[in-house]
Design a protein around this ligand. Sequence first.
Ligand SMILES: Cc1ncc(COP(=O)(O)O)c(C=O)c1O
Length: 417
Amino acid sequence: MSDEVFLKYESNVRSYCRKWPVVFTKAKGSKIWDSNNKEYLDFFNGAGALNYGHNPSYITEKVIEYIASDGIIHSLDMYAGAKSEFITTLQEKILKPRGLKYKVMFPGPTGTNAVEAAIKLARKVTGRSSVFSLMGAFHGMTLGALALTTDKASRKGSGVNLSNVEHIPAPYYLNNTFDTIGYLEEILTDDHSGIDTPAAIIIETVQAEGGVYVLDDKFLRDLREFCTKHDILLIVDDIQVGCGRTGYFFSFERAGIVPDIVVLSKSIGGCGMPLSVVLLKDRLDVFNPGEHNGTFRGFQLSMVSGKAGIEMFINEDVASQVKKKEKIVESFLKKEIKPLLKNNQEYRGIGLIWGIDFKDGKLARKALDYCFANNLIIELAGRGDSVLKIMPSLVISEEELKQGLEIIKKAVMSVNK
Ligand SMILES: Cc1ncc(COP(=O)(O)O)c(C=O)c1O
């Protein structure tokens, strides 16, 4: 199968395919095959939508059973059995054991839908228009979410002013010395700062698209305290690093904080099915019926796969698996990759999301090309696409994990020779 049809008919906006210009036809676990039956190891995993790998049998079997039994597929936000089971599983197996009390809102199937709903809700609750996001953030591509997103290339496409957002330097600014909380405190208490108190501050606890920057536990706790003190809502965008990626179901658990609103998408759909949710504290449940709407908020197949994904997370003790594999990756990077790095190149990460920062997009691209030529699918992130983003499935075998890391080592050697 050739790429002819895509080159001829698909919009120029297509992007990932340009890095891996083959036609993929089949996938299982951490493996993906192209139309020539060439096998690749996948360290990209749908940008975080496939935490449990491709087509995990436990999940796909439930989906097949559901279709075969003529279960409801589409039902807007009518009451439906699959949705009832998804909500119950989320409440009983994830939220209650963590002492979290949230209502669940279904905003539409994508991550950016969840972000839009969250900031719209925060604005309605507080009556304030501005939202703060951190420099380096990625929160989606529709106008509201895009205003929070920071990379120039994405913002340029908006065609209008991106407004009602202030961007705050992240703690890793000024060579990891920036006092983000001190800065926030000053701009909100100085009556000459020109900056109004926002409705909410939205963060990713690990800036993934921004280049794999992990915000430390103390910062997260201080930010929680700051938001409470100033009556600002704290929104955690766990779309990419939630659902186990950091070794906890929610990425903020490591800091022991409770956000006011949490947005989830990608792997909450279990096996790559479109699903997103907004989790909100009871007191924030102020939308009138239908005030936020959308035809595909009730895609029941995603509820089936999402419920099965949560079950898999628990049954296979994915959190412990991630903590074990985190050690393998971290020690490999320290022992095998660090000695190969030059100048100010570095690696960063947590759980099963790591980045090798080449500080140069051309070098990172060379590493990606080397990996692809050696049957490893891996993506870039960060400023100038200079970071090779390592994101294996959370249930990858240790053998496959080491196999992929060895390819990355050879890529770094070839780039830095
Ligand atoms: C942290 C974060 N928020 C939001 C989004 C947007 O999600 P979607 O692409 O499903 O709209 C992404 C996508 O990569 C993301 O990583």
